[in-house]
Design a protein around this ligand. Structure first.
Ligand code: NAD
Length: 267
């Protein structure tokens, strides 16, 4: 693979599993140094770090709950003191606490907003501060810094039983676009990746039985579930100068889920 990200440092939140792991490995293969953020399992994060090292990426794991201001601050301090700076933030950490709306507790609502939305705010703010403080990198003429927000098809498609999650992703769209607008002149690029169904622990019940997977296919024109590597490839593109004229965009990576297969036979 092309080493498009040599000399750059990427921080991936929630990088020890699923999409975050796929993104971390893809960025590392493209030559980036990678900080694998995790919130609970050091063992899983260290495994990703070992894989990254095996193909020559400098990698470390840092524990932080992205919804906690002090922990996010300390994570960025540690990352910057280890690698000198940060060039790429992938705001990936996220979770679901599903409930029928009339049964949803404030705790279920608040915890999803805290991680999926406030977590992206806290990490993006630290990244923007670092990009502005550092200024342009002399040997690079393109963007000063890049932020990739992990959104979802549910920034567009409403999702019954998941009002907290859908609200968090809808909000990410506006957070991302506002940052792209506010910092474009400072050469900071901000974009979202909006996945459809990617095979990870978060949506296990949607693919773990043949029946569930078959039902899922009725939503996906391209007739396969996505893999973390699919998202990793897109993240490398969005982090690299190949996408230098893309900012403020949500890129859907969903096997066509957002073309609404239910309408394929007409009305
Ligand atoms: P996952 O559960 O494997 O990954 C989520 C990661 O976030 C985990 O590593 C988890 O430990 C971490 N995390 C949770 N709370 C955290 C916190 N407070 N601080 C730091 N890390 C925390 O699931 P995934 O599918 O890989 O999800 C990754 C992202 O992709 C999420 O933002 C999710 O909303 C989004 N997404 C996933 C799909 C899909 O189909 N899998 C589709 C659309 C969007």
């Amino acid at each position: 693979a092309d080493k498009k990200l040599v000399g750059q440092t990427a921080l991936v939140t929630g990088g020890s599993s699923g999409i975050g792991m796929g993104v971390a490995l893809a960025l590392g293969k493209a030559g980036a140094n990678v900080i694998v953020n995790y919130s609970s399992s050091a063992a899983a994060a260290n495994e990703v770090v070992e894989q990254l090292k095996s193909f020559g990426s400098k990698a470390i794991a840092i524990k932080a709950d992205v919804s906690k201001e002090d922990q996010v601050h300390n994570m960025f301090q540690e990352a910057i003191s280890t690698f000198g700076t940060i060039d790429i933030l992938v705001n990936n950490a996220g979770m679901q606490k599903d409930a029928k709306f009339d049964e949803m507790t404030l705790q279920q609502w608040q915890s999803v907003i805290d991680v999926n939305l406030t977590g992206q705010f806290l990490c993006a703010r630290e990244a923007v501060r670092e990009f502005l403080k550092r200024g342009m990198v002399p040997e690079r003429s393109k963007a000063l810094g890049k932020i990739i927000c992990m959104s979802s098809v549910h920034e567009l498609i409403p999702w019954g039983g998941h009002a907290n999650y859908a609200a968090s992703k809808g909000a990410i769209k506006m957070l991302m676009q506002t940052l792209a607008q506010e910092y474009g002149d400072r050469k900071i690029r901000v974009n979202s990746i909006s996945p459809g169904a990617i095979q990870t622990p978060i949506n296990k019940e949607a693919w773990e039985t043949p029946k569930a997977l078959d039902d899922l296919m009725s939503l996906i024109p391209y007739n396969r579930i996505g893999q973390p590597e699919d998202v990793g490839n897109l993240a490398v593109f969005l982090a690299s100068d190949d996408s230098d004229y893309i900012t403020g965009a949500s890129i859907f990576i969903d096997g066509g889920m957002t073309v609404f297969e239910g309408f394929s036979k007409g009305g």
